[in-house]
Every structure is written in structure tokens, then in C-alpha cells.
Design a binder for this molecule. Structure first.
Ligand code: NAD
Ligand code: 0WE
Length: 264
């Protein structure tokens, strides 16, 4: 018996078994959810199909969130399998590579900013717009954010403003769906090595500094993010909406890293 028994859950953003989406899918599967997946681009189709099968799912649908038609088509295809949807997970973020390296004001451009906001923030609302019509009361939507939404973080650059916009989308979407009994939340995860983050210069150093600077003195795992996601999307969290939950080993709660103290 799991706390998501019988819930139908669509997950967007699976790329590898290091993906946060994989941690979320695995945790939801453990709690009894039925899963469906979307993937970006044909290159990912076979890999996502294999991963889905490992979690007992054969619903695998293409969806590039940069295209309205693909979002419409993807939800139409989902309706061939399910006549309602309980949970929607958005685990997608993207900015053009050159936006993420160097001084913010040197890097940022109108075009780069547009792409980052479109793919990393608007796409959550775009998916929510369609998904809500399939969601009964008790439904839940979830997205993934990062501390760069509320603090400046070197090299994260325009992804920071895009995540701030994503977190505002969480609050506005919660207000827009609350009367229908649908909840909308975010998880702000600590740094994790995934495809998206390993493309970033000095990420190893960042992971190491992140671990040293948090109370738990280690990095967060996709399993831990997955368990928090399963909770937020379950009826256990029926009173929580419009919230962005920090799942970061307490990194954001510390004023200054501990120095000169050695644990007994
Ligand atoms: P990942 O590379 O495994 O996942 C990113 C996903 O975004 C991929 O599946 C990719 O296909 C998808 N994507 C990008 N552009 C898309 C588009 N146009 N249409 C559809 N899908 C698209 O990396 P991840 O770290 O698991 O990232 C998932 C989410 O978690 C992102 O929102 C990221 O910002 C967030 N996040 C990551 C970290 C971290 O340190 N890894 C920390 C906090 C938050
Ligand atoms: O949101 C993210 C990843 C964001 C991301 C990463 C890439 C790399 C490849 C968005 N777009 C792209 N585009 C690419 O072409 N994270 C929270 C992980 C991350 O990225 C950072 C971080 C952290 C943490 C970038 C700089 C500094 C810290």
C-alpha cells in the first residue's frame, strides 16, 4: 500500500537515470502511482521507452514544450490511454549554453532571456493550461526550481530570473486552480549532477562547496527529491499549494558556512 495508489501521473523531463525526473518517477512508482512520460526529441525516444518500462509504464509521448502544437498533441495522445490525470510533473529547464558562462551582464541577451523564460517558466503554465481540463479535484502539479530564483549565483545567470518567474507561476497557477481542488507546488532542489548540470563549467567545485556549506554536509539525491515530490503530489499534502519547498539539506537556511568546529 502506497500513498499514491491508483493515481495517474504524467512526468515531463526524463533524460537519463540521473535526471531528477527519474528520482521522482521511481518514488511515485514505489508509492503505487501509474506513470506516463513525455520526452523531448526523437533522440531520447528509445532511452525514455526503456526507462518507462522499468517502472511498469508503456505510455511514452513526444513533447517539445517550446511548441504549442506539441503540447496540445501530447495531451491528446495521453487521452488515448487515460481519461483523467491526477498528477503532472514538470522537470524541464533550458537556456542557451552561452548564457551560463561568465558575467551575467556580459552574457545576457534578449534572445537568450526569451528562450530561458519560455522553456523554463512559461512551459509550466502552458502544460498546466491543458492538464487542468483532465484533472479531477485532488489533482496536483509540480515543478523543479533552484536557489538562483531568490539569490544571485555565479554563472546561473538568466536562469535565475527564469526560475523566479517559474516560482511566480507556481503561485499564480495555484490561485487559478485552487477552486477546482487542484494544487500547484514547486521543489527547490540543491545541486545534483545530471545531464543539465554537468554541462556547466566548475560544477564539481559547486557540488563540493554546496556539500560543505549545508548542515547535513553532503549533497542531496534524486531519491530525496523524489520522496518530497511524491509527498507534495499526494493527499498527505492536501493543505499545501502555491508553495516552493526547499529540498537542499538546509543549504538555504545557513547564514554562513560553519568553520573551525569539528563534530565530537
Ligand atoms: P536533466 O538534463 O536530466 O533534465 C532536464 C530535462 O529538460 C531533460 O529531460 C530535457 O530533455 C528537458 N528539456 C529541455 N528543453 C526541453 C524542451 N524544449 N521540451 C521538453 N523538454 C525539454 O536535468 P535535471 O537536473 O534533472 O533538470 C530537471 C529540472 O530540475 C530542471 O528544471 C532544473 O532546472 C531543475 N533543477 C536541477 C538541479 C540540479 O542541480 N541538477 C537543481 C535544482 C533544480
Ligand atoms: O537549472 C539547472 C540547470 C540549468 C541549465 C543547464 C544547461 C546546461 C546545458 C539550463 N540550460 C542549460 N543549457 C545547456 O546547453 N540547475 C539548477 C543546475 C545548475 O546549473 C548551473 C548551476 C546549477 C546548480 C549553472 C551555473 C551555476 C550553477
Amino acid at each position: 500500500m502506497g500513498f499514491l495508489d491508483g493515481k495517474k501521473c504524467l512526468i515531463a523531463g526524463l533524460a537519463s537515470t540521473r535526471s531528477i525526473a527519474w528520482g521522482i518517477a521511481s518514488a511515485m512508482h514505489e508509492q503505487g502511482a501509474e506513470l506516463a512520460f513525455t520526452y523531448q526529441g526523437e533522440k531520447l525516444r528509445d532511452r525514455v521507452t526503456d526507462m518507462a518500462a522499468k517502472l511498469g509504464s508503456n505510455i511514452v509521448i513526444p513533447m517539445d514544450v517550446g511548441k504549442d502544437e506539441e503540447i496540445e498533441t501530447a495531451f491528446a495522445a495521453l487521452k488515448d490511454h487515460w481519461n483523467h490525470l491526477d498528477i503532472m510533473v514538470h522537470s524541464i529547464g533550458f537556456a542557451p549554453r552561452e548564457q551560463l558562462d561568465g558575467n551575467y551582464l556580459d552574457c545576457v541577451t534578449r534572445e537568450g532571456s526569451m528562450v530561458a523564460h519560455d522553456i523554463s517558466s512559461y512551459s509550466f503554465a502552458a502544460m498546466g493550461k491543458v492538464a487542468r481540463h483532465m484533472m479531477p479535484p485532488g489533482g496536483a502539479m509540480l515543478t523543479l526550481s533552484y536557489l538562483g530564483a531568490i539569490r544571485s549565483i555565479p554563472q546561473y545567470n538568466v536562469m535565475g530570473p527564469a526560475k523566479a518567474s517559474l516560482e511566480a507561476n507556481v503561485r499564480f497557477m495555484a490561485a487559478a486552480t485552487g477552486e477546482s481542488g487542484i494544487r500547484v507546488n514547486g521543489i527547490s532542489a540543491g545541486p545534483i549532477r545530471t545531464l543539465a548540470s554537468s554541462g556547466v563549467g566548475n560544477f564539481r567545485k559547486m557540488l563540493q562547496m554546496g556539500a560543505e556549506g549545508n548542515p547535513m554536509k553532503r549533497n542531496i539525491t534524486i531519491e530525496e527529491v523524489g520522496n518530497a515530490a511524491a509527498f507534495l503530489c499526494s493527499d498527505l499534502a492536501s493543505g499545501i499549494t502555491g508553495e516552493v519547498l526547499m529540498v537542499d539539506n538546509g543549504y538555504s537556511t545557513v547564514g554562513t558556512p560553519q568553520v573551525g568546529t569539528t563534530p565530537k
